[in-house]
Design a protein around this ligand. Structure first.
Ligand SMILES: C[S@@+](CC[C@H](N)C(=O)[O-])C[C@H]1O[C@@H](n2cnc3c(N)ncnc32)[C@H](O)[C@@H]1O
Length: 265
């Protein structure tokens, strides 16, 4: 508003407020300010990677990282997520531990245990179990990403493979009731993986933090690990082998394959 116009409407009181109140201007103002909140302010020391801001944002919302916890960070190189985990779980002043794993060697970090290894290999799982000792993780984080090929479906399937590696490690290392936060790339297999997560956790939330620039990346925040029953007890509890027509076999013995052939003749 020009100064002359402001005078006409009654001086300074008629000047618009700094933050626009309505319409597209207000939406643009909110977007730019929220985006700014999760990009690094100039005065804050930089993290090792900008990915750290996505974890900060998720932690602001869900309070995943707390003092006196054990955090396992899968795909930790160059260390942005691990820095946030060390900071927020107050490793320097509590009994917390942060263990990071990556196939790429990472520069050492204070209050951090680094394991170099491919998560597809048994030896890496073994090294993680040894580092955990008698304890189990309270939080398993996975920012695992395969090298990009530029082909959507290929990248999606490679990312799902990373999720399967992370899930396999999570099942062996996470405490009952623990958290699992992992990155996924949008694509055809997301629904199936979500069903798996739903079967293992009390609640699963899919989110895309503002700090994430790639439109294809999303995160699942899984709370309350309920563990995994043995396949035998799962089958028993869900009557997996009962279906229509099965009742007529009750009380009868199973036929051997030779007897079945004889019956067919
Ligand atoms: C996006 S980066 C992680 C960034 C990290 N969270 C940070 O904040 O700095 C993904 C990492 O996953 C790692 N990665 C992918 N597949 C892996 C595998 N099978 N085993 C171990 N690390 C793997 C890559 O080496 C890469 O460093």
């Amino acid at each position: 508003m020009a100064l002359g116009q402001a005078r006409r409407f009654g001086g300074l009181a008629a000047l618009p407020q700094v933050r626009p109140q309505t319409g597209q201007e207000a939406a643009a103002w909110l977007k730019s300010n929220l985006d700014g909140y999760y990009s690094r302010p100039a005065r804050v020391p930089p993290y090792r990677s900008s990915a750290a801001w996505a974890l900060r944002q998720m932690d602001d919302r869900f309070s995943i990282l707390r003092p006196d916890t054990v955090v396992l960070d899968l795909g930790c190189f160059p260390g942005g997520w691990s820095e946030v985990a060390v900071e927020r779980s107050e490793v320097s002043s509590s009994s917390s531990r942060v263990i990071g794993v990556d196939s790429t060697r990472m520069d050492p970090m204070e209050y951090h245990t680094f394991i170099q290894g491919d998560l597809a290999k048994k030896a890496t799982t073994q090294a993680i179990l040894e580092a955990l000792g008698d304890t189990r993780a309270d939080v398993v984080l996975s920012d695992l990403s395969p090298a990009s090929t530029g082909l959507k479906q290929e990248d999606h399937l490679n990312s799902m493979q990373c999720c399967l590696h992370a899930a396999k490690i999570m099942e062996r290392t996470l405490k009952l009731g623990g958290w699992f936060a992992l990155k996924l790339t949008y694509g055809s297999e997301i629904g199936r993986f979500r069903m798996y997560l739903d079967s293992r956790f009390e609640t699963v939330r899919a989110i895309r933090p503002a700090a994430v620039r790639s439109s294809r990346d999303m995160f699942c925040i899984c709370k309350g690990f309920i563990g995994r029953q043995t396949i035998a007890s799962e089958a028993k509890s869900k009557n997996a082998y009962t279906h229509e027509g099965m009742d007529r076999w009750n009380g009868e013995r199973w036929l051997s394959s030779q007897e079945m052939l004889d019956e067919d003749e």
